[in-house]
Design a protein around this ligand. Structure first.
Ligand code: 26Q
Length: 798
């Protein structure tokens, strides 16, 4: 959009007067923020209206991305950048004497997600708007997002994330006219009507009101505004008498009160099932209503609508869609089923079996009695059809939806849709060959890969403005619109001046992070040290513990020989543990206590520092990632579906230290073997151990003195205040046979770390590696990923 500085300043001052009746010098950052947001809303609202009108006038096909999580982080800068006025606003603020950073920090992160899956969903919203595809989000307006993490005495403590704060969500718009009702509980029986048709009668149910709040998704400087619709729950006025106590009302509000803070192990909780159904049903109901306004036949809805199921959390969608088509709109089963399968597609984000959702039949029947009946019918028909097609009865039994008293949501998503995709090449291959191999044998045509991507704009232009300016200087500004232009940087890998300039940019980012580290933890770190970073959810398979074991090895090396010639290192961690994940919390405590040990030992002469930054979130990622020299991506091969932070680090010139897992493999293919450091077992090595049952960690421990010394450190009193945690870790590694093969990979990891030390000493070589990573990072833009979804799956048009 075009606005002059003078006009913007006038608009801003007006907003400040209207909202807060004050002038700039006395306004707080929050007041300045809400006023700025008001101006931004004014700028994009006409475009938003226009987009909605155009789409319904033109009757274009729309994709709806159903996800129980969306993790956009802060929206202020993205909105300004995408409107094309970020620099203008920063400039104006500087003229007005306003600290832009302070205003930006007044916005709470919108943290309605746990990690990778939620961040990917938010990235897709941005990329859909940017590429111009009509794609809308559908999710939950949680009152509390992912908990705020405090570290107290080395332990994680969780506090509620009251992200609405005192000002609410400044970007959302409540849409009363799109309210729908969602029914739960009660009992259902079938009655024959006058035409001999069986009609379900749902009695004694509870009706909830689903209220949509729309959050605009601005495309990058293209005037397009899409919609992210988040549902809140309310009690229908006519039912208020049913909820006479505060407690009864609170039970309803609980449905959208909190985001489940777990991203790995699933628990069969009734409230979670309710959340999943609530947002799925509400979303599907509005979609059908919207479609019917076009005056087209319902049986052809797949021609105008695509529904994407992000992991199994919204996987009740095919069954709920069937219920709506049949019960509410009178379609026949066969017709309804055909259109349902053509409408639904599903992404799998994990191969960990403990994360695959299954619902107890009894619970499901109690909460969703009619949907339950429909699932039984889908299951029965599936079994009969497969048997008729001559499928092996064992395979039918393994793949059916309802078995052993449980409803298998992934099976419903696969059977009830036309597409199943993994999120990186290796992941998709593993789904086909292992986790979902029986389905792959039945429906090979449904399987496909869509390697994840990231919103490059957030990780360069917003998180790394100096880096972006440096890129401008070398190849011009076109890359900001067309990220593939980054490829041009490859012509400068031998240009010493350019290499040095990029090096200096990294140093600046490191200085900023060093300041933050000092201000928040009191730890002093040198920017001459290698900044070695591992930031992600804490999980055993991601192996933060392997990183910590290597730190302990370095500690002993330096204690034994304080003059040892090593490049100083700062190991930086950021990680939240699921509140009920005991092991993960113990690892956090250990990292913090090792940090205490190492940071305060003068013998080490500042060659080794360990920093745990609390409350890792999108905003902190924006500060940390551009400052990293080394990106730790060290999951056990086969376990990390894709990873996406690996791509963000690469884009800001970190060198990846990685196992051949998830998208690391594709990063390696892009940058070449010389520009990444790979170590450890391959997925085949891992699977060989599974097949042969021949892994014995105690053998390694007893035969490898370096490893023995490191492992013993957890229990020999070297690290203070970790008696129970140290023991727990020791037992996981030795007594429980080291489920994620840390000991087998340890020596190879140490070697890889030595290689990093060696490479970093040669400033030119390191700078070349770094630049090659930036150069090749364009491959991982979510703009391209989403274009593949749009064209290959959803068949929507720009
Ligand atoms: C399920 C049921 C009940 C409660 C919670 C959950 C739940 C919630 C979130 C299960 C899983 C998640 C999130 C999973 C996730 O973030 N997976 C990551 O997805 C990324 C995007 O595809 C990948 O890059 C990561 O490799 C993958 O771990």
């Amino acid at each position: 959009m075009s606005v002059t500085k003078e006009q913007f300043i006038r608009d801003f001052k007006d907003a400040l007067h209207e909202e807060h009746l004050i002038k700039i010098p006395v306004a707080t950052p929050t007041e300045l923020f809400t006023s700025l947001a008001k101006v931004i809303r004014k700028y994009y609202t006409p475009k938003w209206l226009e987009r909605n009108k155009r789409l319904s006038d033109d009757q274009e096909k729309i994709a709806f991305y159903f996800s129980i999580e969306f993790l956009p982080g802060r929206m202020l800068e993205t909105n300004l950048l995408n409107l094309g006025i970020l620099d203008l606003v920063k400039d104006s603020f500087s003229d007005l004497g306003i600290d832009f950073e302070a205003v930006k920090n007044a916005e709470h992160d919108m943290a309605l997600g746990n990690g990778g899956l939620g961040r990917l969903a938010a990235a897709f919203m941005d990329s859909l708007a940017t590429t111009g595809y009509p794609g809308f989000g559908n999710g939950i307006r949680y009152q509390y997002g992912l908990f705020k993490q405090k570290i107290v005495n080395g332990h994680q403590v969780e506090l509620p994330d009251a992200w609405f704060g005192s000002v609410g969500n400044v970007w959302e718009v409540r849409k009363d006219h799109d309210i729908v009702d969602v029914k739960l509980y009660g009992n259902v029986h079938l009655e024959m009507n006058e035409h001999g048709k069986l009609i379900p009668i749902h009695e004694n149910s509870q009706t909830l009101r689903a209220v949509p709040y729309d959050v605009p998704q601005l495309g990058y400087q293209n005037g397009i505004v899409n919609n992210l619709r988040l549902w809140d729950v309310e009690i229908p006025e006519e039912d208020e008498l049913h909820y006479p106590t505060l407690e009864a009302r609170r039970k309803v509000q609980d449905i959208t009160a909190i985001l489940y803070p777990d991203d790995s192990s699933y628990e069969g909780k009734e409230l979670r099932l309710t959340q999943e159904y609530f947002m799925t049903s509400a979303g599907l109901q509005t979609i059908i209503k919207y479609y019917l306004k076009q005056g087209r036949p319902l049986a052809k809805i797949h021609e105008k609508v695509s529904v994407h199921i992000n992991d199994t959390h919204p996987a009740v969608a095919p069954a709920e869609f069937m219920r709506l088509l049949i019960d509410e709109y009178g379609l026949e089963w066969q017709e309804a089923w055909e259109t349902t399968v053509k409408t639904m597609s599903y992404t799998n984000h994990t191969i960990l079996s403990e994360a695959l959702e299954k619902w107890d039949e009894g619970l499901f029947k109690k909460v969703l009695p009619r949907v339950y009946q429909i699932i039984l019918e889908i299951d029965n028909r599936y079994v009969v059809k497969m048997a008729t097609d001559g499928v092996d009865p064992n395979i039918i039994e393994k793949t059916r939806i309802v078995k052993d008293g449980q409803i298998h949501m992934a099976h419903l998503a696969i059977i009830g849709g036309y597409s199943v995709n993994g999120v990186a090449k290796l992941h998709t291959k593993l789904l086909q060959e292992d986790t979902l191999s029986d389905f792959y044998a039945i429906y090979p045509e449904k399987f496909n890969n869509k390697t994840n991507g990231i919103v490059q704009r957030r990780w360069t232009q917003i998180a790394a403005p100096e880096l972006s300016e440096q890129i401008d200087k070398v190849i011009g500004c076109d890359w900001r619109k067309d990220i593939h232009q980054l490829e041009e940087l490859k012509h400068y890998v031998n240009d010493d001046t350019v290499l040095n300039d990029f090096y200096c940019v990294k140093q600046k980012a490191k200085e900023r992070l060093a300041t933050y580290i000092y201000e928040t933890t009191g730890i002093t770190v040198s920017t001459q040290a290698i900044f070695d970073v591992q930031v992600k959810r804490l999980h055993a398979y991601k192996r933060q513990l392997l990183n910590l074991m290597h730190i302990i090895k370095l500690y002993w090396d330096l204690k034994d020989n304080p003059d040892k010639d090593v490049v100083p290192r700062v190991f930086i961690f950021g990680a939240k543990a699921a509140p009920g994940y005991h092991f993960a919390k113990s690892v956090i405590k250990l990292i913090n206590e090792v940090a205490n040990l190492v940071n305060n030992d003068v013998d080490l002469k500042d060659k080794l520092k360990v920093v745990f930054l609390e409350n890792y979130n999108v905003s902190l990622a924006e500060l940390i990632i551009p400052a990293a020299d080394v990106s730790e991506q060290i999951s056990l091969a086969s376990k990390e579906a894709s990873g996406t932070s690996n791509m963000k680090f690469m884009m800001t010139g970190s060198v990846t230290l990685a196992t051949l897992d998830g998208a690391n493999i594709e990063i390696k293919d892009e940058v070449g073997d010389d520009n990444i450091v790979i170590f450890g077992m391959t997925k085949d090595d891992v699977y060989d151990h599974y097949r042969k049952h021949d892994y014995y960690s105690r053998g390694i421990y007893e035969n490898q003195p370096v490893i023995k010394r490191v492992v013993d450190t957890f229990v020999d009193g070297t690290i203070s205040d970790v008696v129970s945690e140290g023991m727990e870790i020791f037992e996981s590694l030795i007594t429980h046979n080291d489920e994620y093969f840390l000991l087998e990979d340890f020596m190879s990891y140490v070697e890889a770390q030595e290689k990093i030390d060696h490479l970093y000493r040669d400033k030119k070589v390191w700078s070349q590696m770094s630049l090659m990573n930036i150069t090749k990072s364009h491959k991982f833009t979510s703009d391209d990923t989403i274009s593949q979804y749009a064209e290959e799956l959803w068949q929507i048009k720009k």
